[in-house]
Design a protein around this ligand. Structure first.
Ligand SMILES: Nc1ncnc2c1ncn2[C@@H]1O[C@H](COP(=O)(O)OP(=O)(O)OP(=O)(O)O)[C@@H](O)[C@H]1O
Ligand SMILES: [Mg+2]
Length: 266
């Protein structure tokens, strides 16, 4: 396994009137290729902001993101757009499917944009849709699909170009429990099988079982990094008295590497 994503001291501040909001506050972590990470935390803790920075859609106020050895945050905007198209796949809550293209065409569009529209690519698009349970919906337009089906098309689209990094913000938000498990499980399998780095934001703590590590943000900072086999009580209730103490390894004191926190050998 190689390091796919390095996040170095990322801070993002917004000015709101005379106040400064620190949406992301000095966050560092890394993700290996083949590793699936769940980013959790209360509403407003900075998860979407962090994901947008990782996607190259938002520039941080300070800090650096390196993806596959390339400093995303140092690229010029045009270079960043090109890099994003080929190396980063993302499925955000507003899934931005093209309304007049079918599910299959929406996925294939990414092949065209990347100059990769060939027989192998088209087969990959079909295979991904099948794997996400959309065999009988390939020729449907987005408005003919449920919210959850649209999200699955967006996930297929995010994976089509062999991205180094796959990002999804609340991919299960409009799914029933069974479908949510299926989608996250499939996404985890695809990340593992295809050696991508995957990060999903989720409110649903039942989904963290599929993650290799869980990064919890509270107030813009990393509160803890754990693995699903650890005690997860503090994920549900980070404000509980017994949970307020941030583990020293996360802060990188006592000589441990914060990037290795929560990472088990398996
Ligand atoms: N464009 C903006 N201008 C000002 N403040 C912003 C902006 N975007 C986000 N924020 C603030 O930054 C903080 C983090 O927001 P963010 O959307 O990253 O949270 P989140 O963890 O994704 O929350 P949720 O779980 O509700 O989606 C919030 O306090 C939010 O109000
Ligand atoms: Mg959010």
């Amino acid at each position: 396994m190689t390091v796919a994503v390095e996040v170095h001291s990322i801070t993002k501040t917004y000015s709101v009137g005379s106040n400064t909001v620190r949406a992301v506050d000095d966050v560092s972590f890394s993700v290996m290729s083949g590793e699936f990470v769940a980013l959790v935390g209360p509403s407003g803790s900075g998860k979407t902001t962090m994901l947008a920075i990782l996607a190259g859609l938002l520039q941080p106020s300070s800090g650096e993101v390196i993806i596959g050895g390339v400093s995303l945050t140092s690229l010029r905007e045009s270079e960043r757009t090109r890099f994003r198209r080929s190396k980063i796949g993302f499925a955000f809550q507003a899934n931005n499917l093209v309304s007049y293209l079918t599910a299959l065409e929406n996925v294939e569009l990414m092949l065209r944009l990347n100059g990769d529209y060939d027989t192998a690519g088209r087969r990959r698009a079909r295979d991904l849709l099948v794997r996400l349970g959309l065999d009988d919906r390939m020729n449907s337009l987005p408005r003919q699909l449920s919210g959850g089906q649209q999200q699955r098309v967006a996930i297929a689209r995010s994976l089509i170009n062999h991205p180094t990094l796959v990002l999804a913000d609340e991919p299960t938000a409009s799914l029933d429990t069974e479908r949510a498990h299926q989608v996250v499980h499939t996404l985890a399998d695809l990340v593992h099988d295809q050696d991508r780095a995957g990060i999903i934001v989720t409110h649903d703590l039942r989904m963290v079982e599929y993650a290799d590590r869980i990064v919890q943000m509270v107030d813009g900072r990393i509160a803890r990094i754990v693995s699903p086999s650890d005690d997860l009580t503090c994920l549900a209730d980070p404000e509980a008295d017994s949970c307020t103490e941030i583990p020293p390894e996360v802060l990188g004191i006592e000589g441990t590497d914060p990037w290795e926190a929560g990472r088990n050998d398996h």
